[in-house]
Design a protein. Structure first.
Length: 153
């Protein structure tokens, strides 16, 4: 199998970072480009909570979120992607699973490497990972998150 492009979707959680050693190893093996994707949820499509937000306020929140995501991506790439031959940062707005699937198509990705669930996941397999695995036209490697050991009382 020839792997030229690897997609790593991240929600900036520790769970997502657990995929990094695999991505770095695959990059070394194949010399593949890495596409790092963060999806910003589109808050304009949510029902109001604690009152209505005007269009201007929603735009301000989305701009702020986009700036924060860009800064986080830059920090991650500087910290972890130093040994990668080539990496690209992407920020999308929308449903995470749908945006990941779109990115696979638009960037002609050969492999997706992602955590099996995000930080808030109580199950061994998260809904985003499940949707991507079930609908991806390319192989998806999911990295399981080590379960936290509970302390005895």
């Amino acid at each position: 199998m020839k792997v030229n492009k690897i997609l790593w979707p991240t929600d900036f959680s520790n769970s997502a970072e657990s995929a990094l050693p695999y991505i770095q190893s695959l990059t070394e093996k194949y010399g593949a480009d890495i596409h790092v994707l963060h999806v910003v949820e589109d808050i304009a499509h949510h029902e109001s909570w604690y009152g209505e937000f005007g269009k201007k306020r929603v735009e301000e929140l989305m701009e702020w979120t986009h700036r924060k995501a860009k800064k986080h991506l830059e920090q991650i790439c500087e910290k972890y992607m130093d040994g990668c031959p080539l990496y690209f940062r992407h920020i999308a707005v929308g449903d995470p699973a749908q945006e990941i699937l779109k990115m696979i198509d638009t960037e002609k990705v050969d492999l997706v490497v992602m955590a099996s669930h995000g930080e808030k996941g109580n199950f061994r397999f998260g809904s985003v990972a499940e949707k991507v695995v079930k609908n991806s036209p390319v192989p998806v490697t999911t990295i399981p998150i080590a379960s936290k050991k509970s302390g005895g009382s």
